[in-house]
Design a binder for this molecule. Structure first.
Ligand code: ASP
Ligand code: MG
Length: 422
């Protein structure tokens, strides 16, 4: 017997039929004797509609009161948690819904992007024991204790709810049921020979999620890593009755690296076209110049990613290149232009048709020359590299966006990630 958290995303609870399908997944695990806490998202599209209504309600003000935004957007999950409890009861399964404020799930007061501080899982566990009752918990929402107001965790936040609840009730596993059957070596739409990973280490998943893979909210992976919650990403569209609750279904386990026996050097490749490059030409090579560029950008809340600075040849001037999210490109240009007197540069060059390719694997810690192989393979295909950054378990390359697919496919084969036969 195990204790499980089962999390279902918006597409899995999109209508009453699908909610019944979810209930059959839950029934399978309950019948197998497991304790189950379910975490649900809102029906797909619902949260977008709620956000849209908040925006439409404003006529003269620029921004709304985030406390009221949370009061509105938290309702999507209230609906699905109640509906799933009704459906489970209809199938003669003992079930009760829980809103964030009822457990409670205590959060910070950062409305619309609150952080979970503490979860009281006692009542749920007591009911597992005494009544064999399934807990159906509304994801995405919590309670700020001092003000007593409802908070939400940021878009995609029900993944984080699920992992936090798994940690609170000491679940053996947190199953994330979604519309894909696991985590792939790269996006299968770009590389048809992408493989589903059996296992991936927390650190690697964190990089993949941060660098563009959209399987899970980044914060949920962070939380799983801190609390060592084993997370299993699997499909909710398999027929519930076809799955053996004691077997190993298709999916990807996100776990501690010690649990991974055959560690490959490279585990996955992420890419993002939402990047823009700015090069500040001929700045003085002296202390304070980087600060003059990056402090105003930070003040404007612009997230700078790659930074490359040359060592100047003459000791006088140098070039400094960095990337920002494409959405912030124009703002970043404005900020740098405004700071020109303080920075003192000759010229600004920029490009928006760039892409960042990232190669990830904890095996890189103990293998030399992994990036060098990529440089050679890409040069053989005449792909020019604009900027490079590296860390212990990944390296990222900035290239022309037009070469994204070619580069990803080339590197995917290079590191033996292709499926044996496609
Ligand atoms: N319903 C929320 C959203 O759409 C939370 C979630 O689904 O994870 O962002
Ligand atoms: Mg989601």
């Amino acid at each position: 017997m195990a204790r499980l958290v089962m999390k279902f995303g918006g597409t899995s609870v999109a209508d009453i039929d699908r909610i019944r399908n979810v209930a059959r997944h839950v029934k399978r695990e309950v019948d197998a004797g497991h304790d189950v806490a379910v975490v649900v998202s809102a029906m797909s599209g619902t949260t977008n509609q709620l956000v849209g209504w908040c925006e439409a309600a404003l006529k003269s003000r620029q921004i709304f009161d985030a406390r009221e935004y949370d009061a509105v957007v938290a309702t999507g999950e209230q609906i699905t948690s109640g509906l799933l409890a009704i459906t489970l009861q209809d199938m003669d399964i003992n079930a009760r819904s829980w809103q964030g404020w009822q457990l409670p799930i205590l959060t910070s007061d950062a409305h619309a992007s609150a952080r979970i501080l503490d979860i009281n899982g006692e009542e749920i566990v007591k009911r597992f024991r005494e009544r064999n009752e399934v807990a159906v918990i509304a994801g995405f929402q919590g309670l700020h204790k001092e003000t007593g107001r409802i908070t939400t965790l940021g878009r995609g936040g029900s993944d984080t709810s699920a992992v936090a609840i798994a940690a609170a009730i000491k679940a053996d596993r947190c199953d994330i049921y979604t519309d894909v059957d696991g985590v792939y070596t790269t996006d299968p739409r770009v590389v048809p020979r992408a493989r589903r990973l059996e296992k991936i280490a927390f650190e690697e998943m964190l990089e993949l999620a941060s660098l563009g893979a959209k399987v899970m909210q980044v914060r949920s992976v962070e939380l799983g890593m801190v609390h060592r919650v084993r997370i299993f990403v699997r499909s909710s569209f398999d027929r519930p009755e076809d799955i053996d609750p004691h077997g190993t279904p298709p999916g990807t386990l996100i776990c501690d690296e010690d649990e991974i026996m055959e560690q490959q050097t490279v585990t996955g490749i992420a890419f993002s076209r939402d990047e823009a490059q700015i090069s500040v030409r001929q700045v003085d090579d002296k202390p304070g110049v980087a600060a003059a560029i990056f402090i105003p950008l930070a003040d404007a809340n612009i997230n700078v990613d790659m930074i490359v600075q040359n060592v100047s040849a003459d000791g006088k001037t140098t070039d400094l290149t960095f990337t920002v999210p494409a959405a912030d490109y124009q703002r970043a240009l404005d900020v740098v232009t405004k700071a020109k007197p303080a920075i003192g540069y000759k010229r600004l060059d920029s490009a928006t048709d760039v892409a960042k390719i990232s190669v990830i694997g904890i095996g890189m810690r103990s293998h030399a020359g992994v990036a060098a192989q990529a440089f050679r393979a890409l040069s053989e295909r005449a792909v020019n590299i604009r900027a490079i950054t590296t860390s212990e378990i990944k390296f990222s390359l900035l290239i022309d966006a037009a070469f994204t697919e070619l580069a990803v496919r080339t590197l995917h084969s290079l590191y033996d990630l292709d499926q044996a036969s496609a």
